[in-house]
Design a protein around this ligand. Sequence first.
Ligand code: SF4
Length: 92
Amino acid sequence: VSIEEKLGVNKYFVDEGNAHIEIDPNYPDMKEKMKLVNACPGGLYKLNENGSLSFDYAGCLECGTCRILCLGTIIKKWEFPEGTMGVEFRHG
Ligand code: SF4
């Protein structure tokens, strides 16, 4: 089973219009951006051709890796999703 297939069995309750993580997509330090591209287990950070960063909070696994790496630089806000929103892991 591939990682993508394993991630696909999770349920994601997306809080539309209320991003629990916000970033500065044009942060100037490329090393900082590549940390996120390489470390997010959901593959949610993508480097665009113009050097900016794309990010989609909808598939977030709430692992906190990006918060530890880049809170205060690229990551402008990191909170858990509200109430019953966010990821629901399927075990087994
Ligand atoms: Fe990716 Fe984890 Fe950050 Fe969510 S919390 S965006 S899964 S690194």
